[in-house]
Design a protein around this ligand. Structure first.
Ligand code: XMP
Length: 326
């Protein structure tokens, strides 16, 4: 990177007009870099990879091959949205791999958080590698690297991102948003016509619901977590909190308590609500959720989600609690 094009000296992309100018410039650059060769992209459905996909589709159409690996730990509706937006609406060259059984099989009985992360990250690379080796004539690998990824080597967040790909992959990189900050990537995404709920998505860890289905993951508890999380997101959306709160989700621990339902003993898991605000995820404060909304969420989750019999609220700032529970 040349010193005079570092983001500090760049005009920040704050409007659709500036985003369009950036897009035009990148389309030219990408075409020049790629020529008539093929480009591979791991499309998670997150903001960065989605924007890179849309940008590359605009620049080189079917020369881009997107691979979406569903590790079975996505939130409700996420893989479906990737298929809808990229497969149908943008008519992308999209390979969808449902690897749910592989991931959940490997994770069976594994309760240590770091071990779970390693399994998920390692298997992701394997699945992606397998798909890549089936393809012929790929010369480039596109990545949704953004500027903070380049400068962030702080050592505090020791997360190996699940999107991290094997170093031995011999592809030249295409990283069209590498000089942008997250806010700018979002503006570019909107200018490219991506839906708001994709562009303004809250951060979601690479290992997905795997770090929120605490302890050893079971299909039943994972499914309860996914449904409860969907209700939380829906109610935050309706209550006007979705665009305001930085990150909010449900965690479900591997423990049961006694409850009562329809006059009978009902043992179930608690759903823990976590809703935090932060600037850089290094420290975080708690969102004050109105009690009326908490009652509504509790009512819906306990009535609608099989296996959940209590709803709890996590009031712990970071530090001392990390944002995620694992
Ligand atoms: P913690 O839990 O460390 O999380 O306070 C800080 C932020 O990072 C996200 N996070 C992850 N992101 N891979 C990721 O890509 C991971 O393994 C991972 N773990 C946590 C977390 O959701 C929060 O936004």
């Amino acid at each position: 990177m040349l010193p005079n094009v570092r983001p500090e000296n760049m005009q920040r992309i704050t409007t659709i007009e500036l985003a369009n100018a950036f897009i035009d410039e990148q389309v030219k650059e990408i075409r020049q870099q790629v020529g008539d060769k093929k480009v591979l992209l791991a499309l998670s459905g997150g903001v960065d990879s989605s924007v890179v996909a849309a940008l590359l589709i605009k620049a080189i159409g079917k020369q881009l091959v997107c691979v979406h690996v569903n590790h079975g730990l996505m939130r409700k509706g996420e893989s479906e949205q990737v298929l809808e937006v990229f497969g149908k609406e943008l008519d992308a060259n999209l390979i969808y791999v449902d690897a749910t059984d592989r991931f959940l099989g490997l994770l069976e009985g594994v309760s240590a958080p770091e071990q779970k992360r390693k399994i998920i990250g390692g298997e992701f690379i394997k699945v992606f590698d397998e798909e890549a080796s089936k393809l012929k004539g790929i010369s480039f690998l596109a990545q949704g690297t953004i500027y903070p990824d380049i400068i962030e080597s702080d050592g505090v967040k020791a997360h190996h991102n699940v999107g991290g790909l094997p170093e031995e992959m011999q592809f030249e990189l295409v990283e069209p948003v590498r000089l942008l900050y997250k806010d700018e990537v979002r503006v570019v995404g909107s200018a490219l016509g991506l839906p708001d709920n994709m562009v303004y998505r809250q951060p979601f860890p690479g290992p997905g619901l795997g770090v929120r289905c605490l302890g050893a993951i079971t299909r039943n508890r994972l499914s309860a977590l996914r449904e409860a999380d969907a209700i939380l997101r829906e109610e935050f959306e309706k209550g006007g909190l979705a665009g305001k709160v930085w990150q909010y989700f449900i965690a479900v621990p591997d423990m049961k308590s006694v409850g009562v339902k329809d006059g009978k003993r009902y043992e179930g898991w608690p759903a823990i609500i976590r809703a935090v605000n932060t600037v850089d995820a290094m420290t975080a404060t708690i969102e004050e959720i109105p009690y009326s909304l908490l009652h509504k969420i509790t009512d819906r989750i306990t009535k609608e989600v099989a296996g959940i019999n209590r709803v709890l609220l996590d009031l712990t700032p970071k530090p001392i609690g990390t944002i995620e529970w694992e």
